[in-house]
Each structure stands twice: as C-alpha cells, then as structure tokens.
Design a binder for this molecule. Structure first.
Ligand SMILES: *[C@@H]1O[C@H](CO)[C@@H](O)[C@H](O)[C@H]1NC(C)=O
Ligand SMILES: *[C@@H]1O[C@H](CO)[C@@H](O)[C@H](O)[C@H]1NC(C)=O
Ligand SMILES: *[C@@H]1O[C@H](CO)[C@@H](O)[C@H](O)[C@H]1NC(C)=O
Ligand SMILES: *[C@@H]1O[C@H](CO)[C@@H](O)[C@H](O)[C@H]1NC(C)=O
Ligand SMILES: *[C@@H]1O[C@H](CO)[C@@H](O)[C@H](O)[C@H]1NC(C)=O
Ligand SMILES: *[C@@H]1O[C@H](CO)[C@@H](O)[C@H](O)[C@H]1NC(C)=O
Ligand SMILES: *[C@@H]1O[C@H](CO)[C@@H](O)[C@H](O)[C@H]1NC(C)=O
Ligand SMILES: *[C@@H]1O[C@H](CO)[C@@H](O)[C@H](O)[C@H]1NC(C)=O
Ligand SMILES: CC(=O)N[C@H]1CO[C@H](CO)[C@@H](O)[C@@H]1O
Length: 751
C-alpha cells in the first residue's frame, strides 16, 4: 500500500515536471543509412520521433531539421525524458543538446612566400571551397568572376534566394550560397525578436564570413587598404578556387543543429575543402556530441578535407575542433606592425599599437582615468573606463589613460565611453593584447608595461601633462615573426590526448580582407569594404586555401594526405632563425602552441613523403578510445567491429606522434607513401625528447617509384618520469631535397 502511494506520487511528480519543463533542442545522430531517398529518411525520422511524442503530428511539430544526405539524423524540440527514451533506442549513435558555437574572431600571403601568379589558372584549379560562416557580401570586388569559366559540373549546390539576395548575386566565383536559421530560432526565438540588424539570406551583415571567404579564395584586387593602412593587393590564398557559402551564424552565434545541416549539404554539394572558423566554447564536447565533429567525419569519408579554427581562448587545453579527421589551425603573427605612437610634452615618444586613421591636430592634456572617477566610483573601477565610471567634467577635452580589467575586456567600448564623457583620445595600458589591432571611435592606442611606466612618471611629475596620439603607420619586416598569437588556443587535446593539437599555425593577427560595408561594430562605426581583424578565424582560411591548392595539384590525394603535406613541411623557426616564440612576452613554445609548426605553402605542394589514413583507421582509433562497438555499428553503414586488442590510438598513421600516457618503453608504427620521381633514399633524424631515447627501425627507407609505401617503427625508451608533463622532440626524414618532419610529444607516467 505504502509502496503504491509512493509510486503514484513519484509518477505524478514526474508528469508535472515533464509538463512544466520547456522542451530543448536536441540533435539525434543515427549514422549512415541505406534508405533510398530524402523522403524515406524523413518519414523514418518521424516514426522514430512519434514513439516518444505519442503521435505522428506531434513528431512533425517537434522536428526542426532532418539530416538525410550523407548520414541520417534529425533535430527536434524534446523534453529531457523524451531525449532519454530516444537515447535508449538501438539505432541511435548519440543524442545531445544543440549547443551554441561562436565565430573565432593580404600581406599575409607575401609573408608566406606565395606569389599569386605562382599557380597558373588551368582546368586543374577548379577546386571548390565551402565556407561555413556568417554569409557573404557578394558585391565585394574580391568575389569578381572575371576570367572564370562555368562552375564545375560536379557541383550540386544552389544559390538560394532570400532577403536582398537573388540568384544574380552568385557568379562563376561565388557558385553557391545557402543559409540556415531554423536551429538558431528553435533555440533563441525568431530572429526579429532579438532587435538587432540581420538579413534573412546568405548576405553577411557581420563581415566575418566575407573576410574568411575572401581570405580563402578572393580574386586579385589591387590598391585596397583600411584607410590607407596595409595598402596593397588583396587576394585570397587560392584566387582561382570557387566558393560555396553556407551561412549558419546569426549575431556571431551558430547553432549546432544548423551547422550539422550545412556540413551535410556542403559534403553532398561536392565541395573539395570545407573551411570552418567556428567552434564550441571549451572544453569541446566528445566527438559524437559535437556537430562539427560529426559532420566533418562524414565529409572526411567522402574525401573532403575540413580545416577548422582551434579557438581564441589562449590557454592550455582549450583547443577546439580536435578530432583527428579535422585539420586544426592555430594563429600566428606576421612581420607587419601597426604602430600608433604617443608623443609626450617632454618630447619622449612612446611606442603604441592600433588601427587608428584619425589625426590629432595638437597636443591635449592627459589624465589618468583613476584620477577622474565619477562620484561613488572607486579609482580602480574608473581606471577600466567602463560605462558611467568617468567624471565628465574632468576628462572633457583630454586624452584619458585607461587599463584593462581582464583580457576579455571590450576595448572598443572603452573609447566610446571616453568619447561620451567628452574625452578626445585614449591611451590603453594593455601589455597582453597590444599586438592585436583594434579600431576606436577616437584617436586611441595600446601600450605595453615599459611605456606605461614612462607615461606614469611623466603624468605624476609634470603639472600640465600633454600628449598627441599619431595616426597609424605600417611597419614591415618586423622581427621576430611569426610569433604565436596571444589568443591562440593551445593543446593538449582534451578528448584524445594521443593526437597532438592544434595541427598547424598560420597568420591570424591583423589580417586585411574583404568586409561587409554594413558591419560597423568592429570598425568604430565606419563603413569599410576591406577590414583588418584577428583570430584563429583568420588563420583557418589561410590553411583552407593551401589545402585547395594542394588538392588542385594532387586531385587524387585523400584529406589525410593533404593534411600530411601541410603538416610535415611546416617550420618551427622564425625569421630570426630561432624557435618560434609566443606573444605577448616572447615565451617558449611547444607543439601544443602550433602543432607541426608554421605553414610553408610552397613546400606543402611537394612534401616528398605522405602519412595517410582512412576512415577504417579512424574506426580503430575510436575503438581504442573506448567507443562502444554497439553504438558504432551504424556509423559508416558497413559492418563494423573493434579489433581485440584494439590498435593503440598512437598507432593511427598521423603526421605527428603523441603518446599521452607512456608506461615504460613503447613502440609506435608509421607508414609513409613516396611521392616523387625515380629512386631515392630517406634517412631518419631524431631530436630526442628530454629523458627519452628514440630509435627508428629501419632508419633508412629506399624507394624506387612513386606510390611505394614503407612501414617503420619508432621505439621510445624513457629513463626519466616526466610526471604528467609532456616532453617534446621530433622525427625528420631527409633525402637531401625534402624535409619531412613530425613533432613528438610524450608523457612518461612510469619508466
Ligand atoms: C525587442 O523589442 C521589444 C519591443 O521594443 C521588446 O518587447 C523585447 O523585449 C525586445 N527583445 C529583446 C531580446 O531585447
Ligand atoms: C590607390 O587608391 C588611392 C585612394 O584610395 C588613390 O589615392 C591612389 O592613387 C591609388 N593608387 C593607385 C596606384 O591606383
Ligand atoms: C567596483 O566594481 C565592482 C564590479 O562592478 C563592484 O562590485 C564594486 O563594488 C566596485 N567598487 C567600488 C569601490 O566602486
Ligand atoms: C551606458 O549606460 C547608459 C545608462 O547610464 C545606458 O543607457 C547605455 O545603454 C549604456 N551603454 C552601453 C554600451 O552599455
Ligand atoms: C635574434 O636572435 C638573436 C640571437 O638568438 C637575439 O640575440 C636577438 O635578440 C633576436 N632578435 C630579435 C629581434 O628578437
Ligand atoms: C605500468 O605497467 C605495469 C606492468 O605492465 C603495471 O603493473 C602498472 O600498473 C602500469 N602502470 C600504470 C600507471 O598504468
Ligand atoms: C606495429 O608494431 C608492432 C609492435 O609495436 C608490431 O608487432 C607490428 O607488426 C607493427 N605493425 C606493422 C604494420 O608494422
Ligand atoms: C609530480 O607533480 C606533482 C604535481 O603536479 C607534484 O606534487 C609531485 O611532487 C611531482 N612528483 C615528482 C616526483 O616530481
Ligand atoms: C538506422 C539504422 O540503419 N539502424 C540499423 C543499425 O544497425 C542494426 C543492426 O546492426 C540495424 O538493425 C538497424 O536497422
């Protein structure tokens, strides 16, 4: 009796809870399917959903997206109970809440040694790059299709019409444009309800997607600049490539469910490379709980390389998009600086950095924001120059000296609040971010610690301190460069630490590319056609472009082979012949900063040897990382079993070598494929990680003809416990012409 009352009560509670709980947006991932067409997938999805919603109508109402092309799945508004019930279904690989991802906000190509006439325009250059981002500004000169032939026949994409976007906005360069909003609206309500500017089409209102797309494949446009800064020729890394645009982000946020649909479409449309400058907030979810990882896996299976940004979190273990089938890109600086110096009344000059086109007509008084606090505000709080913290009559007509509270401070806003109080300029003490170019609404510049001390000494000793902030001048050939960007997210890989991540570094600081003229948030309210911004968002499209060029040279190469070519030819030296350092203080780096190193596009075209792997190797890899074989069985549509014992995940034929937990001596296998002409001999050179002896057998590889494969073993013998911290070295194969380098990262837990 008692039991039954308790049970009734429990059921009652459950019911009320279920009824009270707002449904959430879930993605249900089912894997590859053998259903004949889209309609049959949709009706199978509805049937599956009806079991938990109670009716077919309910199922249709709950469903948001159907994934029908390269794999089966759907997204739907469900209660946690309904989601749980679906998770128990045999055919579901994973179910997870659709999360919000964020965008990871031409000189760079010269710095990389690529000349735009280096790649002749021929039929082989008909490579298509899919860019998943905030859309595109199609009128930008960077998307001119002058000289292009018709779109490749194999392209199955579309130019989807929407607000202020007609089929005439696509051309022979911009061959496709799609947009996705249902997932975003299921999670956030109608776009209109957010009271912000947007255009319901592939047209870019934010600038970010226009910037990344033109960095990949913008046509050659001469004499562009941002107010005269960085003046020169703008061009994408692969100016002959075609672009297919997939807009998934609204107000810089991108729903997992929309991203997954865009990846499904892009893979089916026939693109060769996919560029994604978007990621989850770290820590990234497991591979099958993350839309980018799932969608990229199916792209990889179809021979498409996915290049994605590592993120802008700047700290260890924050790198995102770390699946081994993704090429994960970190950001570095180039050898160009934008200096905007401060001249003090005592005729001292302080070096400052910013993107400041504004001229100051004369010297103005200087005041420390801490000495200009509004009533009731502490000097410390005033020093951050936030809203309503400054005393207007004290800062009127003055240059205000501000500081940052955290690295995440909105620096542009500070200049708005200084202007609001009548301030005429801003000097921001910002030793961490001073190398990243920002734009301000008044003359403003960022200074480092040394400069700040000189400035403080002057302000405190002079009764009438004055200064003038000079407009920016562009300084070229600065040294050392590249340096790793202060914001670039670092490894180790939090999901599968045996795979070193990020994979590669490319320029991502102060990059000039096309912009959407109505996006004025980062441009200090000015409308511009070209803009300078920073992020791993900017480094990722550099790598996507290089992948497109490698693909056009070697059309038969798999995504892993292209990845290997890009990684093994990278360099870890800067232009001062030292190991690449990290901003802001020139600290030492490891492969967890840049993976295999800084990209060398010309060398990537002819890597000599290639480390290849396919999706069966990925299955072995997933098995050794604890994947449930029962859950994996529908992943690829083919019968699938895990080897017993599984192939260790450090044996995935990856172009870098990592062992996250080394218990005594370990041997690792790798296989290389020779791409060259005629016989040649490669010899192994090893840089031993501290406390570990490395042996390679055989240490000599003889090849007779292209396509030949050779397997070798790398034996690691530790003589020192490194106590949960990685030690690093490298393995390089050389034949006198080619240098094929793999970084090594080991964590010795016992000897
Ligand atoms: C948008 O504006 C309407 C009317 O002014 C207001 O009711 C609503 O709360 C606003 N929405 C947001 C997200 O600010
Ligand atoms: C480049 O453009 C600027 C104006 O934006 C113009 O003054 C200058 O003459 C142009 N230079 C060339 C070489 O066309
Ligand atoms: C400074 O600002 C912080 C956060 O806004 C607030 O919690 C604190 O009370 C302020 N302190 C003073 C003295 O105004
Ligand atoms: C600053 O504060 C005022 C109210 O004092 C508010 O109206 C304004 O929106 C704030 N500005 C920003 C950018 O937060
Ligand atoms: C270049 O390297 C040398 C020697 O390693 C060092 O002394 C010098 O400071 C470096 N120059 C720069 C600009 O970092
Ligand atoms: C390392 O291997 C030894 C012998 O194989 C085993 O006894 C020990 O538990 C292992 N240590 C760890 C930390 O896995
Ligand atoms: C891989 O290495 C193991 C020993 O570590 C060896 O037994 C095996 O034969 C190797 N596999 C190949 C394909 O060489
Ligand atoms: C290993 O590292 C831990 C903390 O990371 C430290 O407490 C311990 O003393 C270290 N052990 C050795 C042998 O260095
Ligand atoms: C959706 C789907 O194709 N599910 C299949 C997964 O695999 C099992 C057998 O292993 C099939 O019975 C399911 O139909």
């Amino acid at each position: 009796m008692k039991l039954s009352i308790a049970l009734t009560l429990f059921l009652f509670l459950r019911l009320t809870l279920t009824n009270g709980i707002k449904p959430k947006h879930y993605i249900v991932y089912i894997g590859e399917h053998s259903l004949p067409n889209m309609d049959s997938v949709i009706s199978a999805n509805h049937e599956m959903l009806a079991v938990v919603t109670g009716s077919f109508d309910g199922a249709q109402q709950a469903a948001v997206h159907h994934y029908t092309k390269n794999f089966r799945g759907f997204s739907a508004m469900l209660t946690p109970e309904q989601a749980q019930k679906l998770a128990e279904s045999e055919s579901v690989i994973s179910i997870f809440e659709s999360r919000t991802n964020h965008v990871h906000t031409t000189h760079s190509w010269d710095f990389l040694g690529v000349k735009y006439n280096q790649f002749p325009k021929d039929s082989k250059s008909d490579v298509i790059v899919g860019v998943i981002d905030t859309g595109v500004w199609p009128e930008s000169e960077s998307f001119s299709d002058e000289g292009f032939g018709p779109a490749p026949k194999r392209f199955k994409g579309e130019c989807v019409v929407g607000d202020q976007f007609t089929s005439a906005n696509c051309n022979r360069k911009l061959i496709g444009a799609r947009f996705y909003y249902k997932g975003y609206e299921a999670e956030n309500g109608p776009l209109e309800s957010l009271n912000k500017t947007f255009i319901r089409s592939a047209r870019d209102t934010e600038g970010h997607g226009t910037h990344t797309a033109s960095t990949v494949a913008g046509s050659v446009v001469s004499n562009v600049s941002l107010f005269g800064l960085a003046r020169g020729t703008a061009r994408g890394g692969a100016p002959n490539a075609r672009l297919a645009i997939y807009k998934v982000c609204w107000f810089h946020q991108c729903s997992d469910a929309d991203l997954l649909l865009a990846l499904d479409d892009a893979t089916h449309d026939g693109v060769d490379v996919i560029s994604i400058s978007i990621g989850a907030t770290p820590p990234q979810p497991d591979f099958f709980g993350d839309a980018i990882s799932i969608g990229s896996f199916h792209a990889f299976r179809k021979g498409i390389l996915v290049s994605a940004s590592a993120g802008n979190s700047g700290l260890p273990s924050t790198a995102t998009n770390v699946a081994p089938w993704i090429l994960t890109v970190a950001a570095s600086t180039v050898d160009r600086e934008f200096t905007s110096n401060v001249y003090l009344g005592n005729s001292k000059m302080l070096k400052g950095n910013s993107l400041n086109p504004l001229k100051m007509d004369k010297h103005y008084g200087v005041i420390d924001a801490a000495a200009a606090a509004a009533p009731g505000v502490s000097p410390e709080n005033a020093s951050f120059c936030k809203n309503n913290t400054l005393h207007h009559s004290l800062i009127k007509g003055k240059i205000v000296v501000c500081t940052t509270e955290t690295v995440l401070d909105n620096r542009r806003e500070k200049s708005i609040f200084v202007r609001k109080g009548g301030g005429v300029g801003m000097i921001l003490i910002d030793p961490i971010a001073k190398d990243v170019g920002f734009q301000f609404v008044i003359p403003a510049t960022l200074i480092g610690q040394n400069e700040a001390e000189q400035l403080q000494a002057y302000i405190t000793t002079d009764k009438n301190p004055v200064a003038i902030i000079y407009p920016t001048t562009t300084v070229l050939n600065s040294k050392p460069a590249p340096k790793m960007a202060v914001f670039s997210s670092m490894g180790p890989n939090v999901i599968t630490p045996d795979i070193i991540k990020p994979d590669i570094a490319a320029p991502g600081v102060n990059i000039l590319a096309a912009w959407s003229p109505i996006a004025t948030e980062t441009t200090a309210e000015r409308s511009v056609d070209y803009n300078i911004i920073s992020g791993t968002s900017m480094s990722c499209p550099h790598i996507s472009a290089i992948a497109a060029i490698v693909k056009s040279r070697h059309p038969s190469w798999s995504p892993s082979a292209i990845k290997s070519a890009i990684m093994t030819t990278a360099t870890v030296q800067d232009n001062n012949h030292s190991l690449i350092l990290r901003d802001p203080f020139g600290s030492q780096t490891t492969p967890f900063d840049y993976g295999s190193g800084h990209v060398n596009p010309v060398a990537a075209l002819d890597p000599g040897l290639v480390y290849d792997f396919n999706s069966l190797d990925i299955i072995d890899f997933l098995c050794s990382n604890g994947a449930d074989p029962a859950k994996l069985k529908n992943l690829t549509g083919e019968p699938l079993t895990c080897k017993n014992p599984p192939t260790p995940s450090y044996d995935l034929n990856y172009p870098s070598i990592g062992i996250a937990s080394m218990n005594g001596s370990v041997s690792v296998n790798r296989t290389v494929t020779y791409y060259g002409t005629g016989p040649t001999t490669y010899l192994a050179y090893v840089e031993n990680p501290e406390g570990v002896k490395v042996g390679v057998t055989p240490y000599k590889l003889k090849f007779k003809k292209a396509g030949e494969k050779k397997t070798f073993r790398i034996n690691f013998r530790p003589n020192k416990n490194t106590n949960r911290s990685f030690v690093f070295g490298s393995l390089t194969w050389r034949n006198g012409v080619h240098v094929v380098r793999s970084p090594i990262g080991l964590n010795v837990i016992s000897i």
